[in-house]
Design a protein around this ligand. Structure first.
Ligand SMILES: Nc1ncnc2c1ncn2[C@@H]1O[C@H](COP(=O)(O)OP(=O)(O)O)[C@@H](O)[C@H]1O
Ligand SMILES: [Mg+2]
Length: 380
């Protein structure tokens, strides 16, 4: 198979940097780092550990978590929990930390409201949109809104002078495109015929729907109910004039997601089904021309060192021999888990794949995050 872009690049003599040799190198080369993967694999935890390590390396990092669970904010030592405003995390406890770590939690509805405030013409338009029932429902519940607002937040933070690295934990999804494609979905929606028809009445200054649109909206009204239809038409009309701003913004967000210094890290756990999912995820990204910069395989059965069962040492000792049997079993689990990674390693190569062991306990404090950091970023 030939890759026209690669060929063009080779022809033009532009040198491409060699692939990153480690996760740390991937982080060093990024301004934006997106942790993606299916639910429960450790995306939120990995995002926090990556941010912490980058701060220790001198960067000013903000990590955006999607997870409303308090566990991460507890782990970060934030008594009042995380909010939609970035908060500085005190890492300077034992040793001086050169960089800065900030953390915040995505607030989908507030982010959407902020966009409306940015692009509306006046207070009256803002008010009409923010109090509209269809809008309120869409801002918090419509599928894709969370993904788009995560991408939007990433864009805003990327342009915030306080930070030089944004680490984002994506919403749990089985589909990589939910996040990558969300800004495109918004643009296409704004281009959609129905949307354009709905905008017609205000554009032409009429208070009633244009005759071309009436039959369509009558039909829609029968399906969704006339209240919902009235609300949604009122919303579209209030939205009039803002679509250009929204579309340009969505285009900027799309460009940022595909920028050279934006890296996607796929997080997986070593079970065969989640590896299959991670492989599918990585393929979807590749199909969109976005390479996986690194993979993290989290919660792998830890190693039990090199010691072998001494010959005859356990003769007659039931406790000792059952302990050895246990060690053998756990070693077999680790071997099977490492074997299960093969398809992911194959697909992401030469990008680094970092294996992180299962800890004895949940991640509940800064020390545990740091402990995971030693595994995610082993000293060379
Ligand atoms: N290496 C690990 N060892 C033990 N527990 C872990 C490890 N990584 C994550 N966890 C725990 O697993 C759970 C899920 O992790 P989380 O980061 O919230 O996943 P995700 O964001 O992908 O849903 C959390 O309770 C977290 O503390
Ligand atoms: Mg999470």
């Amino acid at each position: 198979m030939t890759d026209p872009e690669l060929d063009a690049e080779l022809d033009s003599g532009v040198e491409t940097a060699p692939p990153a040799a480690s996760l740390r190198e991937v982080v060093e080369r990024s301004d934006v780092l997106v942790c993606c993967g299916s639910g429960g694999v450790g995306k939120t935890t990995s995002a926090a550990v990556i941010a912490m390590d980058a701060a220790r390396c001198g960067r000013r990092v903000v990590v955006v978590t999607i997870d409303p669970a308090r566990r991460l904010s507890d782990a970060l030592g934030l008594e009042s929990g995380l909010s939609a405003e970035p908060q500085r995390i005190d890492l300077d406890q034992d040793v001086h930390v050169e960089g800065e770590m900030w953390a915040m939690m995505l607030d989908t509805a507030a982010t959407f409201d902020g966009l409306v405030r940015t692009y509306a013409d006046d207070e009256e338009q803002i008010e009409r949109i923010l109090t509209n029932g269809f809008y309120r429902n869409m801002a918090s519940a419509m599928s894709g809104t969370q993904e788009y607002m995560a991408a939007e937040t990433l864009h805003a933070l990327h342009h915030d002078d306080r930070f030089d690295l944004v680490v984002v934990d994506t919403p749990p999804s089985r589909n990589a495109l939910d996040f990558l494609d969300a800004p495109g979905v918004l643009s296409r929606f704004l281009d959609h015929r129905i949307f354009k028809l709905a905008m017609l009445p205000t554009r032409s200054g009429l208070k009633v729907l244009g005759s071309a649109a009436q039959p369509i909206f009558k039909a829609i009204g029968k399906v969704v109910g006339s209240d919902v239809l009235a609300d949604s038409l009122a919303f579209f009309q209030a939205f009039s004039g803002m679509e250009t701003g929204f579309r340009e913004r969505a285009d900027d967000v799309v460009a940022l997601l595909r920028a050279d210094r934006t890296s996607f890290v796929v997080v997986a756990s070593p079970r065969r089904d989640t590896i299959t999912e991670a492989v599918w995820f990585a393929r979807q990204l590749a199909d969109q021309g976005v390479g996986v910069a690194a993979a993290i395989v989290n919660r792998v059965q830890p190693e039990f060192g090199e010691i072998e069962e001494p010959a005859r040492a356990t003769d007659g000792d039931d406790v000792l021999s059952s302990l050895w049997a246990n060690v053998a079993e756990l070693r077999a689990v680790r071997t099977a888990e490492l074997a299960a990674l093969a398809p992911l390693v194959e697909l992401t190569e030469p990008a680094p794949v970092q294996v992180v062991p299962l800890l004895g306990d949940d991640v509940h404090d800064l020390d545990t995050l740091e402990q995971l950091g030693h595994h995610l970023f082993p000293a060379t």
